[in-house]
Design a protein around this ligand. Structure first.
Ligand SMILES: Cc1cc2nc3c(=O)[nH]c(=O)nc-3n(C[C@H](O)[C@H](O)[C@H](O)COP(=O)(O)O)c2cc1C
Length: 115
């Protein structure tokens, strides 16, 4: 399935790149008409990044699931909370969470989920 991702600092982009799957940055996905899995970072204190909120306002129809990156440094209740919030708002599963740029194990696990 198509991956659409948001990455401000490069962590999410780097993990998505390791997957070697068809992927579009949210900026390149304006005319999206097919199902996709969204990869996002977490901002603020457990917040959905505003660029992702704006994107979802227009493109939630084909959203099938979300995978979130975060950092434990922001506290357990905020860890990857963008994924939980998007899942709740749009009624899709939060399929996976990974810390910062993820590990090889994360890449393997996500590839299994996407296959
Ligand atoms: C200003 C700021 C706020 C953040 N807030 C959270 C947070 O609340 N929860 C969390 O799990 N991670 C948080 N993070 C960590 C990022 O979501 C994480 O490092 C992610 O991998 C960044 O992805 P990117 O490099 O693709 O932008 C925050 C990072 C920054 C810079």
């Amino acid at each position: 399935m198509l991956v659409v991702y948001a990455s401000r600092g490069g962590n999410v982009a780097s993990l998505v790149n390791s997957l070697n799957v068809r992927a579009l940055n949210i900026d390149e996905a304006k005319d999206l008409k097919e199902d996709y899995i969204l990869f996002t970072y977490t901002d603020g204190l457990g917040e959905v990044p505003s660029e992702v909120e704006e994107f979802l306002n227009e493109h939630s129809e084909h959203l099938k699931g979300v995978i979130a990156s975060g950092d434990m440094m922001y506290g357990e209740e905020n860890y990857c909370a963008a994924g939980d919030k998007i899942a709740m708002m749009y009624g899709v599963p939060c399929l996976y969470k990974f810390e910062n740029g993820g590990t090889n194990e994360d890449v393997e696990a996500i590839l299994k989920l996407l296959s």
